[in-house]
Design a protein around this ligand. Structure first.
Ligand code: ADP
Ligand code: MG
Length: 268
């Protein structure tokens, strides 16, 4: 892959440009003059020690948290630029930015298929949605998603009966039905078996190009599996980015992050 850091020329257009973003909580800079650029169709992995600002970064992109200064520009397909820093959470979501949290928010007492119907249009109420007659287009879309998340054989099972990993895939599927341009996924492999983790990696890789993805992850084996460009966040700032091999062997990255992998713990 071509490195774009210091060139104006790019062969792939950007979809997201985060420039000069700072966010303080009670005087503490959780995000500190952050610059981050995501290409259309890219799968980016973010790593970094606890408290580095990874989740806050996602909060800022999705409008859950507003930056004190800086801009978060979504580059629309039609050439328009939208500053997400000025919009509200639901408005940003409607622009095609979906986020998956660690704890899945699925309807346990509904089937896998119905969960996907419910996710088609969140502005309808749950009841309205269940009586909503899915169009052929909706059904085709749901079947496509079921294949991608490999839950086709489980479409009539109750979501509550799925394994931990399958529930996570269902939730990714519920984001997919909305046709997001950017997917933000925070620690997808947490709590998964090795097999589920590997399957999750395959799933995320299958989504790149059609979608742009930002994935935060702690599990370095998983990061190795999905890594394209990896960004290391430290003290709310980009410490390094590059290939997995590049960041993994970087002395500063080893010092602030990898050297402490033994006493890491997972959080949101
Ligand atoms: P990471 O996800 O990389 O572990 P976070 O983004 O969760 O880091 O947190 C970065 C820092 O910002 C931490 O020190 C955290 O305590 C602080 N922080 C995050 N959100 C809030 C908040 N809403 N209020 C106060 N402090 C916060
Ligand atoms: Mg976090």
């Amino acid at each position: 892959m071509v490195e774009h850091h210091n060139t104006l020329y790019r062969d792939t257009p950007l979809i997201l440009s985060v420039s000069g973003v700072t966010k303080s909580f009670d005087g503490f800079k959780a995000i500190d003059d952050l610059n981050f650029y995501l290409e259309e169709g890219e799968l980016r992995t973010i790593i970094g020690p606890n408290g580095a600002g990874k989740s806050t970064f996602m909060d800022i992109i999705t409008g859950r948290t507003r930056p004190d200064v800086g801009s978060v520009i979504l580059h629309e397909n039609d050439g328009h630029d939208v500053n997400l820093a000025k919009l509200r959470e639901h408005e940003i979501n409607r622009l095609g930015i979906g986020r998956k949290f660690q704890t899945p928010s699925i309807y346990r007492s509904h089937t896998v298929y119905d969960n996907l119907v419910l996710s088609l249009n969140k502005s309808r109420g749950v009841l309205q949605n269940l009586f909503y007659r899915a169009t052929k287009e909706d059904r085709d879309r749901i079947m496509d998603v079921l294949k991608i998340i490999r839950l086709e054989p489980h479409q009539n099972d109750l979501a509550g009966s799925l394994s931990h990993g399958q529930k996570q895939w269902l939730e990714i599927g519920m984001l997919m039905t909305q046709g997001p341009r950017i997917l933000l996924i925070d620690e997808p492999a947490a709590g998964m078996s090795d097999e589920e983790t590997e399957r999750t990696g395959e799933l995320l890789i299958s989504l790149e190009k059609k979608h742009s993805l930002i994935v935060i992850e702690h599990d370095m084996e998983f990061v190795r599996q999905i890594a394209r460009k990896v960004t290391v966040l430290h003290q709310g700032h980009v410490l390094k980015d590059g290939s997995f091999a590049h960041v993994k062997s970087d002395p500063e990255v080893i010092e602030v992050y990898l050297g402490r992998q033994g006493n890491r713990d997972s959080n949101n």
